[in-house]
Design a protein around this ligand. Sequence first.
Ligand SMILES: [Zn+2]
Length: 338
Amino acid sequence: MARESDMLRGVAVGAGSAILALGVGEFLGVALADASLVASVGDVAVDLAPGWLVRRTIGILGVAQKPVLLTGIVCVAVVLGGWVGSRGTSGRIALGLAGLLGALAVLRSGAGYYLSGTHPDDMDDRSVDDLAFEIVSDVREGIDGTGVRAGVIGEIGCTYPWLPNEKKSLRAAVAAQVETGAPLMVHPGRDPMSPVEIAEIVDSEGGDLSRTTICHIDRTCTDRSWLADMAATGCYLEYDLFGNESSWYPPNPAVDMPSDAERMDVILWHFEHGLEGQVLLSHDIATKHRLHAYGGLGYDHLVTNVVPRLRRRGLSEADVRTLIVDNPARIFAFTTGQ
Ligand SMILES: [Zn+2]
């Protein structure tokens, strides 16, 4: 009898603790990262769930799908809390892991500033040193005081022609790269001259081009002599619009967006010229229609569809490993810094 009431008390205390932890998590998430803990966990759950499951729940629940999902997450957390109360140490470890996953869901972030339209109001008054200090702090101490450290500097946003605050932001990012040894990723303007100018600034500011990635190469320029010149600077060239199978590119109608087949032609060109060690592949998924649940090819498109096609076009297992394991592992590792 006494054991039973102890267990019931444990369940009640555990469930109550979970409710309290969710409340504190929501408050901290919104206050520190401008993101809801529960909603972030929900987003990750949708990203990870199989497309058929997400489509089926949308079909059954319609617009109620999201509230039901969020309520479900809260219920799971409370039930898990109750289970913890009844299970002692093993339960606490499980809840700790669940909390850690929740924290990762909220805080998947890089450091530095994107395009000028997203800059804070006081950007005109910020100095390069001030911005660099902030980025270094994001990498070394944690983003906005959260203790969660950025693993990459970027994407640093640049338009073309270049805007002064964006150039200032890149100079600060380079200073932070030199100090921390973190990798730097730059979103170039939609003109072949933009990556050229970016590479010149990284170099002239003492940055490391072999630790720098130029994103969105596929919508910027795929002229082979231009690519050879860019590769000669030492930077990584990221083809990150795989799965975007439309030649119509609304942000710049002057560009004919390549297809995946044409992207693979460029990747093979890199191998033919010994430049495969500077190639990165990605999806740049930023809209719902690219997800499985909304009819898109999803986050697994590269490994599910593109890699087998690259093998059929002649790449060996070692070549594939270069593209999807070795190159990312090299660029995303930190060097010592200063
Ligand atoms: Zn970008």
